[in-house]
Design a protein around this ligand. Structure first.
Ligand code: NAP
Length: 305
């Protein structure tokens, strides 16, 4: 039987609706509008698209969006001064610096400078430490989105075997912590893992966050498993023809070979339309959570763990 398709696009739309309702309540009940500040350094075209989408969706849910587009040669000192200013600004509840930044800038220092209360990307060491010790902090957006999809589809995750392939600070590690928090038995696999297909075959929940197109194939999947594909990879698609400039058209694929995995799995996220749309929705959710916490208001249910 073919796997159920986990529709992240629809779930994200529903989540944004809930966020918009919470924002309206904050405005009407308390005169507070949550605000998200996004910093972009340089002119990386992919980053410009991400930042534009974040800004648009922030406004759509009724929040304030503050965009800071800085020249590629901005100094570390000027960037740190901007972060300090935003940390001190009570109208800003979330701060995000779009990575990668140009080589002369130190990402770790930028992350460390953001106030943990406004760290809506969940990358600060304090955010990671709070998550690892089971305390309340702000959780990275993509892992939070994956957990929401899993809870929605499976209900309780307690006792399930989860294998997370990938150990980045952005996705693999925080997601493993979240799954552990939900009482899964968690294995984190990576590029040095031996017999990776055998390890993945144990899993009731498979998360692929690797960055290698269609690496995980159906013969790695235990029948009935739930598969979350975080990967976003652009590959050549000669079957789609060529662009006006003669270059081959491309398409997006995940880290999982969808068709072969869907023939075995119980449920699977597609790419695009699975985890991707959840990331920005969770960024907005984190901004509302941060806003409520900083104003001493109760946090809306369902926007964080
Ligand atoms: P990353 O920092 O490059 O980490 C990749 C991880 O995969 C590393 O831990 C690496 O292991 C592991 N890996 C690489 N090759 C492997 C192999 N052959 N077998 C097993 N493990 C292997 O990537 P990331 O930032 O976590 O992103 C992963 C993917 O998710 C990318 O496609 C990215 O575009 C996508 N992504 C999507 C979203 C979204 O919104 N949907 C958000 C973030 C990222 P080592 O540690 O041993 O090197």
């Amino acid at each position: 039987m073919a796997a159920e398709r986990i529709d992240g696009k629809a779930f994200a739309a529903k989540l944004r609706g809930q966020i918009a309702a919470e924002v309206a309540k904050l405005k009407e009940g308390h005169g507070i509008t949550p605000g998200l500040a996004v910093i972009l350094v340089g002119e990386d075209p992919a980053s410009e698209v991400y930042v534009r989408n974040k800004g648009r969706q922030t406004l759509e849910v009724g929040m304030n969006s503050y965009e800071y587009k800085l020249d590629a040669d901005t100094s570390q000192a000027d960037l740190m001064a901007l972060v300090d200013k935003l940390n001190a600004d009570p109208a800003v509840h979330g701060i995000l610096c779009q990575f990668p930044v140009p080589d002369h800038l130190d990402e770790a220092r930028i992350i460390a400078a953001i106030s943990p209360e406004k760290d809506v990307d969940g990358l600060h060491v304090l955010s990671a430490g709070l998550l690892a010790t089971g305390q309340k902090g702000l959780v990275s957006c993509t892992p939070l989105g994956c957990l929401m999809l899993l809870r929605d589809y499976l209900g309780s995750l307690s006792g399930l075997e989860a294998v997370v392939v990938g150990r980045s600070n952005l996705v693999g590690k925080p997601l493993a912590q979240l799954l552990l928090g939900d009482n899964c038995t968690v294995t984190i696999a990576h590029s040095r893992t031996r017999d990776l297909p055998d390890v993945v075959r144990r899993a009731d929940i498979v998360v692929a966050a690797v960055g290698r197109p269609e690496m995980v194939t159906g013969d790695w999947i235990k029948p009935g498993a739930t598969v979350i594909d975080v990967g976003i990879n652009r590959i050549d698609a000669p079957e789609r023809g060529t662009n006006e400039d003669g270059s081959v058209k491309t398409r997006l694929v995940g880290d999982v070979e969808y068709d072969s995995a869907a023939a075995v799995a119980g449920a699977i996220t597609p790419v695009p339309g699975g985890v991707g749309p959840m990331t920005i929705a969770c960024l907005l959710a984190n901004t509302v959570t941060a806003c409520c916490r900083s104003n001493g208001l109760p946090e809306p249910k369902g926007l964080t763990v």
